[in-house]
Write a protein of this length. Structure first.
Length: 423
């Protein structure tokens, strides 16, 4: 654009919008903002382009602020504007903002527009107001597939999975043709219900309607089969998939981890490497979890050490938690201490809680004290840490130490909530 100006040509509205859209789609928000600010009188199309860029790049707060500025400048929004800003309100969980826009929509008579209705359903669903979302959906005489998908996603998000499946069936009765998003959402509901029968029904419909080769639908099917306990069914489908991505491999490895098949998870991880798929941080969480839960300590340690050396993936706190859990379960505390001394996540309470639990099982008092002191430092009012340490002492008949822990709790005004049962 600067070269164009250097040649004596001033960019027009179309050029500005195209450049703006290109920058935002590539994730270069900063340059996009500069282009937008250089426009003397941005059109509604330009406003929508910058709002969409903000929303797609998850700059939701900035999108809301820009929408307010748009109102101050007396620029009248259209259906696209409302749909974009509703998406940002949903992304932030901004209920009050969503209500204000809803009120503006009533005045502008946009409340029956499919895109706007979908956005309203999304806002109220993500803010926990699912009954309001259902009321809006029911008020529209004839919804399109986008509205149906938003309603299905809202019900699933609010753990109303039985109702989500019923809505999906209702959608089919009304002659609506499900999209890949519809199938992925209803399969997630089947997973939550651990309903293999319903999941297989949806699988049959997917094959019938020609979506079986879609990578996102296929990944959702693998997740459903694994969570319903049919790992062999998941693997059978996985092997027939023509198109896989990293997420697909991750889902299958995680499925093995969930079902205690650690050796299969490690073999599949090695197959993934051999087929030139690049593992990401989620891949390593899945395979390290599988190793931890199946007692494959040496395999897990080898994979953990390969993250940076071979795959250029920086270990995160979740990865350290997995390997410390694995070594702790095996009582290999010397190696645990070596890792803890070098790790950059010393303020992550989950790591220390995992270590304290392992110390309790193996009666490692000295390391348990270190873990407990770190937890006391980070959250002195959390009774769980005190309880874990006291329980370890009591299992070793070290009643004076139990008394000391309870004394510290009294000094810090920490009280353990009593347990209860429905029985």
């Amino acid at each position: 654009m600067y070269r164009m100006q250097g040649c004596g040509f001033e960019p027009d509205e179309v050029t500005h919008v195209n450049m703006l859209t290109a920058c935002l789609k590539s994730g270069d928000v900063e340059t996009g903002i500069k282009i937008f600010n250089s426009m003397s009188l941005p059109s509604l199309t330009s406003w929508n382009a910058i709002l969409s860029g903000y929303s797609q790049n998850e700059y939701h707060r900035e999108a809301v602020m820009l929408f307010r500025e748009m109102q101050f400048r007396k620029v009248k929004p259209d259906r696209t504007t409302f749909a974009i800003i509703l998406s940002s309100c949903a992304g932030m969980g901004l209920l009050e903002g969503g209500k204000q826009i809803h009120a503006a929509l009533l005045k502008a008579e946009f409340c029956t527009d499919f895109y706007v209705v979908s956005g309203l359903i999304g806002v109220y669903s993500k803010c926990g107001k699912i009954e309001v979302a259902k009321h809006i959906f029911n008020m529209v005489p004839q919804c399109d597939i986008v509205c149906w998908n938003s309603m299905l996603a809202g019900l699933s998000l609010n753990s109303l999975d039985t109702e989500a499946f019923a809505r999906f069936q209702q959608m089919l009765v009304k002659g609506m043709l499900p999209t890949e998003f519809s199938y992925a959402t209803v399969l997630n509901s089947c997973s939550s219900l651990t309903s293999l029968f319903q999941g297989r029904q949806v699988h049959g419909l997917i094959v019938k309607n020609g979506h079986a080769n879609n990578v996102y639908v296929g990944t959702a099917l693998i997740d459903m089969y694994c969570k319903c306990g049919d790992v062999d069914g998941a693997r059978q489908f996985f092997d027939t998939m023509r198109c896989k991505n990293t997420v697909t491999w991750n889902e299958m490895i995680h499925g093995y981890a969930q079902n205690g098949q650690g050796e299969d998870a490690v073999v599949l991880f090695e197959n993934m490497i051999q087929t030139r798929f690049k593992p990401d941080c989620i891949t390593f969480v899945a395979v390290l979890t599988a190793c931890s839960h199946s007692g494959l300590v040496d395999a897990g340690l080898k994979i953990f050490n390969s993250m940076q050396q071979e795959h250029d993936v920086e270990p995160l706190s979740d990865h350290y938690t997995c390997i410390i859990d694995s070594l702790g379960r095996a009582g290999r505390f010397n190696e645990v201490e070596e890792i803890i001394d070098k790790m950059p996540f010393k303020d992550d309470p989950i790591i220390w809680e995992v270590l304290l639990s392992s110390c309790r099982v193996h009666a490692n008092v000295s390391l348990a004290r270190r873990a407990a002191s770190e937890l006391f430092r980070m959250d002195p009012n959390n009774s769980a840490s005190y309880a874990l340490l006291a329980n370890m002492y009591s299992s070793l008949d070290r009643w004076d130490d139990v008394k000391d822990v309870r004394g510290i709790m009294d000094d810090c005004n920490v009280s353990k909530e009593p347990g209860y049962s429905w029985v």
